[in-house]
Design a protein around this ligand. Sequence first.
Ligand code: PLP
Length: 482
Amino acid sequence: MANIKFLSGENIPLEMHKVRMVQKVTLLPVEQRVQCMREAGFNTFLLKNRDVFLDMLTDSGVNAMSQNQYAAMMQADDSYAGSETFYRLEAVLQDVFGMEHFLPAHQGRACENIIAKVLVKPGTVALMNYHFTTTKAHITLNGGEIEEIIGEEGLKIQSNEPFKGDIDIDKLTECIKRIGKEKISFVRIEAGTNLVGGQPVSMSNMREVSRICRQEGLTLVFDASLLGDNLYFIKTRDEKYKDVDIIDITREIASLMDIVYFSARKLGSARGGGILVSDHDLFLKMRELVPVYEGFLTYGGMSVREMEALAVGLRETMDIDVISQTPIIIEALCNELLSNGIPVVTPPGGLGCHVDAMEFCSHIPQTQYRAGALAAAIFIAGSVRCMERGTLSEQRNDDGSENLAEMELARLAVPRRVFTLSHVKYTADRLNWLYQNRRLIGGLEFVEEPHMLRFFFGRLLPIGDWPENLARKFRDDFGDSL
Ligand SMILES: Cc1ncc(COP(=O)(O)O)c(C=O)c1O
């Protein structure tokens, strides 16, 4: 990794790439931003991208690709069966992960569907460091339940623990005793644990979880969607790995797992997904489902062009100068916010900067969606689109009551190699203004509430006319600035 010191002593995240293709973005006046938010039902998923200045909704499928990825797309072999592209991708995956079998799927949740259909039986429990929305949905759709066994530090907003995604080993052994191993569908480790702030899992923890699973005969599943970030943190936060090549760290992790799956919308900066497995019987069981849900075995719902881009993107993920780019930008954004007293998840993780809406909007009842309200307010303040990750992203309990989230986060995702330092400074500036005016932010209530994954397309209204008041204050403070 490039170690570049500035004469000024400042710690500036330096881009290790240059821009050779651009997309123009526009910044609408604040009054129009309120209008757009109303039209989107106060749900940032429903905003039109043309109305957004900085799209920090997600890092999924929106990462910048390299010139080599684009070049590789031109050599895609467009055949339904037996495509050369498939064999090229399979060879890269086998080399990088050291696992024998590869099943393609159109994205991460498609892998989860296949894994859940094979491993989850009604009444079983899947143990995991923390759930991801689509993972949980597939497990519950198949009649299973989940239990989260992340360590205590993982759920603290501010911590000095470098690997907050670690599984609590005592909880794991207690669960195995209490539930019984025959009722455990699988154990899942999520790299770069998304919903707790993109927090990494340590190698020593993965090793210990793997040892216990092997001893008990439990299947260990690894969600590698955010592996790139996790690899960077292992290399930079674990002294033992500072001189180990990224590819060797990857192979060591994979050797501990029974199944590795990923969203290639994140890992490898393309669009697609895949499952890797060593056990032949397990492979055969999952293989049957690929043509039913995804497509033939040599494309699995992916475009062959994306498969070529993924093959190159995975090789590039083995380069510390590539995978360091997002974490160092996120760290810069987090530090800028922290210096203004704005509560964010620490230590800074991968994926994005996570603002603690529980505290930022502590004056709003949690049932009025603190993080959802903050996400809407951030758009009004700066035309920055972020994502609610809190109660709104949860499903109601069976009796209709709210399932209040443990964390209320507004996630400012940092797509890989997309934004510049001035974008980061602008975002921090608008958040700083918003924090000073946070009492103007009010709550939200549903007017259209889907039963499942309601955060994707549910519509809400503000309680009172706080968005207009916020826009008026913006005008007073910023004059004719956008
Ligand atoms: C950790 C994790 N697992 C699985 C998925 C699902 O992947 P996809 O969006 O490609 O379906 C995501 C997507 O955000 C994720 O972050």
